[in-house]
Write a protein that binds this ligand. Structure first.
Ligand SMILES: *[C@@H]1O[C@H](CO)[C@@H](O)[C@H](O)[C@H]1NC(C)=O
Length: 593
């Protein structure tokens, strides 16, 4: 009882602090007005951005104590950022700054402001001269099918999310200030170095099966929409992004011993602790597959990732590409020689990422190996392994439709394009897959966004290969638009994007304040927002009725994961590629009224 009451009071206190930010319009001028911005820091801040909103357009604002970063919504919204001397604010601290606004409209507007990342919910209120108001911004510049989403920022931020997931010794160019070295003791049965790779989701286990699926989708998107990474100045970051798990995969595969490590960290042990990766002291056992305890699915998936990586690095780092291709080839042979589902061999993986089969991964590995090596035996084998039926989804477990798409690319055989078309027919309106009332395709309650985003990525690739470009692109754009703002909350479901986004994602690292502050289950239970903005992370998604709550303990809808972001990032790259070519269609999504 006491805990619950405490939590309630805490929430209430936060609301009061938020509610007292205000804009006081104090004097009318010939072509504008003077106003005071009164800022109450919602928590301790080291650098901040504030959105100032006006009911009618303002041409320009002059302000001494902050930088004007951006003007949005035709002058109805200005983003201002701290100057160096006022970047640090204590929790609850109040500062006042004067602005001069220039406007061509005679009547005075009403105005409000909020700290980026800290707005409350509620209806906008109107105000008259000198009244004190706080409102919730309507994210009209991010809502409703106007192609105004900033795909450049989303691409860069998604790469940042993967940087935040890094395990092992971080390089000196690490861009996540709250991350440090972690899990430096990860090792195999013979003392092999297994440091590196990505933490899976909100926890700190390294699951190679979904990690492999993620890096393969990311690399496919890079190869297909490379121009998007170039124009957004993200190409080098993207190479580092995919290299991180690929380096780790090279450590996990030991061709001489014929052993493949596929997981580090144990579900129960890891999930009993809530804290920073940097502080972990629990045992982190490593799990492997062998000839006697096979896992042709995870081996095939990791081989596919390395073969795709070999193509990506061909022009960037030839020696590295060769190393990847050599490892991919021997790993694929190992996968072919010892058939079996890895989650039958590594039972700890079963309840998290249990595999449904391995033929799809063998087909995927074979087709990527063919693309990387041009050796025809791989193509023949891919055609033997590939499923001819319609896949249930494209996800961390099921890659059948990805193999079908790639086989269409290399053979141009209509049999394969037909399979991709059947798959997308199921996912598009009128198909067999359910939709939410607001128009999100809803394959599963776990990570509905990842299913929608992966299908959107596939649709954009299919369109690029000449299949129904108009309808596939419009549909894909509509699904991504739902995630970015065209939904019943008018919010972005990507952390750090837009003016309203999830603040309590289920993710230990970003929840924990910087040390030496304690971080434990008490921190987890607190209603306070996550201490750090986990830029670029896409949450699982709403329920089948579009309902979503931004609460930390909802790991079904509000967790983030490497595999949630992969197809999403590649779809965003695809949309940016189209935007540059002026080929971005109007999104098809009926949205919410
Ligand atoms: C989009 O985001 C990028 C990167 O954050 C930024 O440089 C650019 O100004 C943004 N564009 C718009 C139109 O807001």
């Amino acid at each position: 009882m006491r805990t619950r009451l405490g939590a309630f009071l805490f929430t209430f206190a936060i609301f009061i602090v938020l509610a007292s930010c205000e804009v006081v319009i104090k004097q009318k001028l010939d072509h504008g007005f003077l106003a005071d911005l009164i800022l109450h820091a919602p928590k301790s801040l080291h650098g901040w951005r504030v959105h100032v909103l006006f009911s009618t357009p303002v041409n320009k604002i002059d302000i001494w104590d902050a930088h004007v970063v951006q003007s949005l919504n035709n002058g109805r919204e200005f983003v201002i950022a701290n100057k160096n001397y006022n970047k640090d604010l204590r929790s609850g601290e109040t500062i006042k700054m004067e602005i001069e606004a220039h406007t061509s409209i005679h009547a005075l507007p009403t105005a409000s402001l909020y700290f980026e990342g800290f707005q409350t919910s509620g209806q906008p209120t109107t105000a008259s001269l000198s009244s004190h108001v706080t409102t919730t911004p309507m994210t009209s510049h991010h809502g409703g099918g106007n192609n105004k989403y900033n795909y450049t920022k989303l691409l860069g931020d998604s790469i940042l999310f993967y940087e935040a997931q890094r395990s092992g010794k971080l390089p000196t160019d690490n861009r996540i200030p709250w991350r440090g070295d972690s899990a430096l003791g990860d090792k195999g049965d013979h003392g092999e170095d297994l440091t590196g790779g990505w933490y899976d989701a909100g926890d700190h286990i390294k699951f190679n099966f979904p990690m492999g699926a993620s890096v393969t989708l990311l690399t496919w998107g890079l190869l297909k929409f490379k121009d998007a990474y170039v124009t957004s100045d993200q190409l080098d970051h993207m190479y580092s992004c995919i290299k991180w798990p690929l380096d780790y995969f090279l450590k996990c595969w030991e061709p001489t011993r014929q052993e493949l490590y596929v997981q580090v960290g144990k579900g129960k042990i890891d999930h009993d602790v809530f804290g920073r990766a940097e502080d972990m002291t629990m045992p982190r056992p490593a799990y492997k597959v062998t000839a006697a305890h096979p896992g042709s699915d995870v081996a095939g998936q990791m081989a596919a990732a390395m073969a795709a990586g070999a193509i990506a690095f061909e022009t960037k780092d030839k020696a590295y590409a060769t190393k990847l291709l050599t490892a991919a080839k021997s790993l694929y042979e190992f996968a072919k020689a010892h058939h079996g589902k890895y989650s039958d061999s590594v039972t700890d993986a079963k309840e998290f990422y249990g595999s449904s089969g391995f033929r799809d991964e063998l087909a995927l590995a074979a087709v990527w190996l063919f693309k990387a090596s041009k050796e025809s035996q791989y193509l023949q084998e891919a055609e033997q392994y590939v499923a001819t039926d319609t896949a249930w989804a494209l996800d961390w477990d099921d890659k059948g439709v990805a193999a079908q798409m790639l086989l269409y690319e290399v053979t141009k055989d209509n049999k394969y394009s037909g399979m991709v078309e059947d798959f997308l027919k199921d996912f598009m309106p009128g198909g067999t897959v359910q939709y939410t009332p607001c128009g999100l395709v809803f394959r599963d309650k776990w990570g509905p966004f990842s299913y929608a985003a992966n299908a959107a990525m596939l649709a954009l690739i299919a369109a690029e290969d000449g299949l129904h470009p108009d309808s596939y692109r419009a549909w894909a754009e509509g699904q991504i638009a739902y995630m970015l703002g065209n939904n019943k909350y008018h919010m972005s479901f990507v952390v750090g994007y837009g003016s309203k986004y999830p603040l309590h994602v289920h993710h230990a690292g970003s929840t924990c304040p910087n040390p030496p502050a304690t971080c434990d289950w008490g921190t987890f239970d607190s209603p306070a927002p996550n201490a750090h903005v986990l830029y670029g992370a896409l949450v699982g998604g709403p329920d089948g009725q579009d309902n979503y709550k931004d609460v930390r303990n909802d790991y079904i809808h509000n967790e983030v994961a490497c595999d949630y972001n992969a197809g999403f990032q590649s779809a965003v790259a695809g949309l940016l590629h189209l935007q540059h070519r002026n080929q971005l269609p109007a999104p098809s999504l009926h949205g919410c009224t």
